[in-house]
Design a protein around this ligand. Structure first.
Ligand code: ZN
Length: 415
């Protein structure tokens, strides 16, 4: 084959992949629509849509679903994604446990399982346990075929061309190539993402009917403070995957030194760890509270809800500091929606929202306050776990037939 012809066929193949990805993503967003709708929304020719739809139907990736009202009252056949045939597994790793969730490619959750980690220090044991339980989940799934796995980890980690290295503050985990390690023994792809980024993807996915939600920042306010940013419908990861580490933006340059090397990082003022440290300091000074030196963060939450003065004061202070961080975020990236989730938001969502909104409103230009939405995480399931599953779905949908063909072959070999 001449070089020119070879290039043309490579380009055609690439264009076909882009078209397939466009169509399946539109269908994901629309949930149910006609072939004519897809042509209109994608700008592709009707014949191209027909070919792609036929191809997807051969692989049971999409289904016809009765009739629907079209333009000028004409009825046409509706199509939708076959959410029951294919699924993905999301994994969420924390310091004390990990959770596995299996979800259909339309986003329905089938099953969630949580496993305690005796000691996160024992890297090999934790990795083995995660691999075994993923394998068990794949084997037990009889109705649909698992296409991919995505593991959401607490940041930061460093992503280079060759590898993803885990650099978070889990002792003994530094430099671990977690994606490759979990991949061992599986012939389906394993992806990795930062937990806040995964949470942002879930928020974006479940808000997809709302035309506003193109620019979402999802803030994880827990043991650390981080955020995932989706701007113009795209996840922002930065060069190394380190974008969104806004807990390590300094709000006081002479503040205490942080483990990241900076001084006065935001998370030193409003993470759950920072709150508990201040509570202990104030108790040691003899201040009255229902809390004592052995109280946990869960006890702290209960004390806030009971109206304990010390706990309520510290909660207000932490929410105000978080709001200062949010003001900085708004001035830097100007998102349409900010969603706050995790431990701090769970304590008293109504109170948190009120404090954060009031503080942000006072400190930003009124023109920007006008159309800014700040919300507390509205999702039924953990957004980080859901987001891991969704990222796996999105990676598959970038080139669905590549993964699904492989899947069909696997079943044949096994049979
Ligand atoms: Zn820091």
């Amino acid at each position: 084959m001449s070089k020119l012809k070879q290039n043309t066929s490579v380009n055609q193949e690439k264009q076909q992949r882009i078209n397939r990805s466009l169509v399946i993503n539109l269908l994901c967003r629309q949930r149910r629509c006609s072939r004519a709708d897809l042509a209109k929304l994608s700008g592709l020719k009707r014949a191209t849509i027909t070919n792609i739809v036929n191809e997807f139907m051969e692989y049971d990736l999409i289904l016809e679903d009765g009739l629907m009202e079209g333009e000028k009252g004409r009825r046409s056949i509706a199509i939708k994604i076959n959410g029951e045939k294919y699924c993905t597994i999301g994994v969420m790793l924390t310091r004390h446990y990990y959770t596995l969730g299996i979800m259909g490619i339309s986003g329905e959750v089938y099953r969630i399982e949580t496993y305690n980690v005796e000691s996160v220090m024992d890297v090999e044991a934790v990795m083995d346990s995660i691999r075994q339980n993923i394998r068990k989940m794949i084997d037990e799934e009889k109705e649909s075929q698992v296409l991919a796995v995505c593991i959401a980890v607490p940041g930061p980690y460093k992503r280079t061309k060759e590898r993803v290295v885990f650099v978070t503050h889990f002792p003994g985990w530094e430099g671990i190539e977690i994606e490759q390690r979990i991949q061992q023994g599986f012939d389906i792809p394993v992806f990795i993402e930062n937990d806040a980024n995964a949470g942002a993807c879930a928020q974006h996915w479940f808000c997809r009917d709302d035309k506003r939600n193109k620019d979402i920042v999802y803030i994880v306010a827990g043991q650390g403070i981080g955020c995932g940013m989706i701007l113009n419908d795209e996840l922002q990861t930065g060069r190394n995957g380190n974008a969104g580490e806004f807990g390590h933006t300094s709000i006081y340059y002479e503040g205490a030194k942080c483990e990241c090397g900076n001084h006065g990082c935001l998370e030193q003022y409003c993470s759950s760890i920072a709150i508990m440290k201040r509570i202990q300091d104030r108790l040691a000074k003899g201040e009255a509270s229902v809390l004592n030196q052995n109280s946990s963060f869960a006890d702290f939450g209960e004390a806030v809800r009971l109206g304990d003065a010390l706990a309520s004061d510290e909660y207000r202070r932490a929410c105000e500091f978080l709001a200062i961080g949010i003001v900085n975020l708004v001035n830097q990236i100007d998102p349409s929606d900010i969603i706050i989730g995790d431990l701090l938001a769970d304590v008293d969502p109504v109170k948190m929202l009120e404090i954060v909104q009031n503080t942000v409103k006072k400190r930003i230009n009124p023109f920007f306050w006008e159309d800014l939405t700040i919300r507390i995480d509205p999702l039924e399931y953990n957004p980080i776990l859901m987001g891991a599953g969704i990222i796996a779905v999105q990676k598959i949908l970038e080139d669905p037939l590549q993964y699904i063909k492989k899947g069909v072959k696997q079943t044949e070999e096994e049979g």
